[in-house]
Design a protein around this ligand. Structure first.
Ligand SMILES: [Zn+2]
Length: 290
């Protein structure tokens, strides 16, 4: 028994050991959970989204933040009165350390498998970025995160069904290979809305990488941006909540109950991805350097 407890403590230490980065402290600021719509809740930190959907047959959790975010996400879920053991599936935006880093700990706490793309699964089982990641040049160590033992794969367009809610996976590679965006329909009585958990759409890389030398990556990113723009979308939560001004919308909701909803919000989010990419390509063409 003591041995088991010691082992559990060791696992907790390893899979929640903080990753250090210049933004990590700000990203990991605690955030009180809040309702997005119906049974869909924001349970992430201030700078890293996590969304919980409650169904009559269990819970679905999207993204795990950093390793050090996992205890905050778990506490948020419990503070809403839900049980970690009722989480049936862990979904993910993309297999980077700031969104998948907390999933090993959350898997330990919930017992739920991660469901993601084949490329995402391969990366998460290793606990590192996918092969061909534009940020790979930061080095193996810098991209490291706790490996995730139980990862199931899902095809583009396929669904996860829990308690009458259908979660559809849309492959959105480009920011990194293997990225995914998830959609579901949330109903609060007769009031039904299309919710989106959107992957990052930013062209970010290590200094050695030039997007202009990787036309395949650029074309994947443009396709993914167009896919996100075309989704049925009343409310979008992006992997980083600031990318859709989520907290500004939340603050406006105090005055206007509809402030979180906007059928053009995915279009606006996608447009941000396009401007970022266009600027990046222009900078590369202009400077001769990334
Ligand atoms: Zn990323």
């Amino acid at each position: 028994m003591i041995e088991i407890l010691l082992l559990a403590a060791a696992a907790a230490t390893v899979d929640t050991t903080p990753i250090e980065c210049s933004n990590c402290a700000a990203w990991n600021e605690p955030q009180a959970p809040f309702r997005l719509h119906g049974d869909s809740w924001y349970v992430g930190t201030r700078g890293l989204s996590a969304v919980l959907v409650a169904t009559p047959k269990g819970l679905v959790l999207m993204d795990g933040g950093l390793p050090q975010s996992a205890p905050l996400i778990a506490a948020n879920i419990e503070s809403l009165g839900f049980r970690l053991g009722d989480v049936r599936f862990l979904l993910n935006s993309h297999p980077h350390w700031d969104h998948a880093g907390g999933l090993a700990a959350l898997q330990r706490l919930t017992g739920a498998p991660v469901v993601t793309s084949a490329i995402g699964a391969e990366a998460m089982r290793r606990g590192n970025s996918p092969h061909g990641d534009p940020q790979a040049g930061f080095g193996e160590k810098a991209n490291d995160y706790p490996p995730i033992a139980e990862v199931e794969t899902i095809e583009d367009g396929a669904t996860v069904q829990v308690g009458g809610i259908t979660f559809t996976m849309h492959a959105t590679p480009g920011h990194t290979p293997g990225g995914t965006t998830w959609t579901w329909r949330s109903c609060d009585g007769d009031d039904c809305r299309d919710l989106v958990f959107a992957d990052s759409l930013t062209a970010v890389s290590s200094p050695d990488y030039r997007f202009s030398e990787h036309p395949g990556q650029v074309s994947q990113l443009r396709t993914s941006i167009a896919r996100v723009a075309a989704l049925p979308c009343d409310l979008v939560v992006s992997a980083h909540p600031s990318a859709v001004g989520l907290f500004e919308k939340l603050a406006r909701r105090e005055q206007d109950p509809q402030a979180m909803f906007d059928p053009r919000s995915c279009v606006a989010y996608a447009a941000g991805g396009t401007s970022w990419l266009d600027k990046r390509l222009a900078d590369e063409a202009g400077s001769g350097k990334p």
